[in-house]
Every structure is written in C-alpha cells, then in structure tokens.
Write a protein that binds this ligand. Structure first.
Ligand SMILES: O=P(O)(O)OC[C@H]1O[C@H](O[C@H]2O[C@H](CO)[C@@H](O)[C@H](O)[C@H]2O)[C@H](O)[C@@H](O)[C@@H]1O
Length: 262
C-alpha cells in the first residue's frame, strides 16, 4: 500500500495489454443522482475504438448492474462485470449472467426506505446489492450506515457493508472486483495480455491488488490516502486524456506495422 497522493502517471503498456475500467468517478464525473451522469459521444467513440484496437480485451468492472451500464452507454455494449462481479457478460454480444433480488434484501430495502423517509436519499436496488445514496442528504450517511450494519446480524452470513462514494452499500461477500478481473483474465480474448485497471474508489482497491499480482498496471484516479495502485491520474479528464493517448499510440503502431508489411 502506498500512501502517496502523488503517484506517477502510468507509462505506455509494452506488448499486448488488456483494459479494465471502473465507470463512476473514473470515466464519468459524479452527479447528484446515479441516473444524472452524462456519457458523451466522444467517450462512446473512444471506448469502441480502444475495444477494437485491443482485439476485444476491454471490460467495464463496475458496481452498477450491466442493465444500467447498457442503458447509459447505449448503443455501445461492451464486455462487463456488473454488481462488483456478481454479473458478467464475458462475450461482447453474449448473454448476461444476472443476479436476482433475494427476499430478505427486498424486505430490508423497504424497511430502510421507511426508516430514512427522505426524498433526498436514493435507495438503489440492485438484486443482491443494496446501495443507499446520501449525496443529496450527507447528514443521513451515518444513520444509513448504522441501519445496514445492524441488518448484517439479521441476514444470513455472507454479507458485508462497503462505504461507497457518498453512500453505503450492502453486498454479498463474493462481490469483489478482483475476482471479476480474474475471471476475464482466464478467457481467450484476455489471455497473455498485461492487465491495466483504472478505478477511483475503495471498491477498486481489490482490483488493483489483483492487477498487481498479474504484473499489470493499476491506476487510481484522484488518489487520496493509501492505495494499492501503483500509478495515479488527477481526475476523470486526466483518465480520458490518458486513454485517448493510448488509443492514438495503438493507431500509430498499427499504421507502422501495416507500412512495414507492404
Ligand atoms: O464501480 P463504479 O462504476 O464506480 O460504480 C460505483 C457506484 O456508482 C454509482 O454511484 C456513484 O455514482 C453516482 C453518479 O455519480 C453518484 O450519484 C453516487 O453518489 C455514487 O455512489 C452507482 O449508482 C452505484 O450503483 C455503483 O455501485
């Protein structure tokens, strides 16, 4: 773990590489509500280009559900691990292995909504994961955290509470970005490629550790405090500029190769 907010900017990956991308706070600036984020056409174009340049070795690794991601990025559909790896779409146009909402989580969501009873709190029901967003009501974060922590005693073993970005999430223990990345690394499109992972949050730390184990490039966006990431980028704009630069380099390399093979 490094404690430096001044991590070096990542260099250019040498040899074949794959790309794993967190979404909120990494590719998109945060917004007051999860549905209020803006996906630009430039971002869609950049991601589609990178995906083609990496021969498909690109995947979103996100806490959002894949349905929510598809809705945001439509018409673009990429490989993805949603709900911190509880859902996967391993092939670009393949099916989603989705996760349903257990009855006890559904009941808990209703209970917490009644208890907090505030229009500025958004309770996002994501199948087995419950996210309580308090960005618009920061004074309720402590109460929301207390409620989900108390709920742990009543739920079957195997859940944990994760402090989110301006909120808190209750999720099954197996929901982890590192495991999601490992799953992709074992499929042909990603095999033999050096993983690069960009993320901005506590939930991304586990992904950084996995990528470091694979001799990859772990990049924390807006690093503050301790992180397992080896590199840092100042914010969303810097992350997008870095990705754009990598795409230009891939294009230049491909053009050079095409010229030498004539
Ligand atoms: O893993 P990520 O792709 O970073 O997703 C993490 C969570 O992102 C979303 O919530 C966060 O972003 C919202 C939009 O900026 C913001 O309003 C909220 O306060 C943030 O917590 C998403 O709604 C969650 O489901 C994801 O788990």
């Amino acid at each position: 773990m490094s404690n430096s907010p001044n991590l070096a900017v990542p260099g250019v990956p040498q040899g074949p590489w794959s790309l794993f991308l967190d979404i909120d706070g990494t590719l998109l600036e945060h917004a007051a509500h999860p549905d209020a984020v803006v996906v630009s056409d430039e971002l869609r174009t950049l991601l589609a280009r990178l995906e083609a340049q990496l021969d498909g070795a690109l995947a979103f690794i996100t806490g959002r559900s894949i349905a929510a991601v598809d809705h945001l990025f439509q018409p673009l559909r990429l490989r993805a691990a949603g709900l911190y790896g509880l859902e996967h779409r391993l092939a670009r146009d393949g099916p989603v292995e989705a996760a349903g909402e257990p009855a006890d989580i559904a009941a808990l969501a209703d209970e917490i909504a009644t208890e907090l009873d505030n229009a500025d709190v958004y309770i996002e029901r994501k199948g087995p994961i419950l996210a309580i967003h308090t960005r618009a009501a920061p004074h309720l974060l402590q109460r929301a955290t207390q409620l989900v922590e108390q709920a742990l005693d009543r739920l079957p073993a195997g859940y944990r509470v994760l402090a989110g970005n301006a909120g808190v999430e209750l999720m099954p223990l197996e929901a982890a970005k590192g495991a999601a990345i490992r799953r992709f690394l074992q499929i042909p499109a990603f095999m033999g490629r050096r993983p690069v992972f960009l993320g901005d949050d506590t939930s991304d730390e586990n992904g950084f550790e996995t990528v470091n184990e694979w001799d990859g490039i772990s990049v924390r966006i807006k690093p503050q405090g301790s992180t397992a990431a080896l590199f840092g980028l100042a914010g969303v704009d810097a992350a997008l500029a870095w990705l754009d630069e990598m795409s230009r380099r891939e294009a230049a390399q491909a053009a050079k190769l095409a010229a030498t093979s004539k």
